[in-house]
Design a protein around this ligand. Sequence first.
Ligand code: COA
Length: 192
Amino acid sequence: MTQPDNFAGHNIHLETERLKLRPFKDADFDIAVPFYRDPDFLHAMEGAVPDEPVTSDYLKSAGKVMAKDGFLFAIVEKASGRTIGEVCLQWMNLERAKIAGEKVMRSPIGIWDKTLWGKGYGKEVVQCLMAHAFEKLGIDRFCPVDVDADNARSKALWESLGFTVAREVDDGKTLDFEMTRAKYEKAAQSNT
Ligand SMILES: CC(C)(COP(=O)(O)OP(=O)(O)OC[C@H]1O[C@@H](n2cnc3c(N)ncnc32)[C@H](O)[C@@H]1OP(=O)(O)O)[C@@H](O)C(=O)NCCC(=O)NCCS
């Protein structure tokens, strides 16, 4: 049964070497707010910076959309016990990336605390979600979409995991990446 504070409405708990992914709670929005007021993080997540300071209610309305379409997780650092970010394993909601007859997912991700960027946490989260999506949910294609071509960290994350650009949008300012099931399985086989 879901807890009253379980905003995500699912009960999937995943674990990596250094991190736990647990259902996102209502209370997590309050933890996120100060990080969303950091211009670097806000720009990376939202593209354009909103006129008004980000509030818990603003984040909750965006979270509602993600939770409705997928599995919204809080990222918890095991060593400190801190909640350090958010990620959603979300059914594809962009028409341009949907493929008839295929199960396609995307995964918006944000590590809130920028002092933790570049430590391999993003990669750890995505590898864990790819395994869940391909092996447990039986998806056909994993497609991180709407990546700002100027976001070097985000681009490097997807490229380092073997994703390739499926399409360029808006004169190359935005990139959609993809990984097919066949490519995922081939990589998984060569790692065993
Ligand atoms: C994007 C984000 C999730 C990546 O997570 P991360 O933990 O910082 O990235 P990792 O440490 O796992 O690095 C993944 C790969 O990118 C490379 N990388 C990391 N930072 C980089 C940088 N500034 N420039 C180039 N490459 C970089 C790493 O070397 C690694 O590749 P490797 O394994 O081949 O060495 C994280 O930085 C973040 O939350 N940023 C702000 C929000 C955001 O941009 N979200 C994505 C919106 S589409």
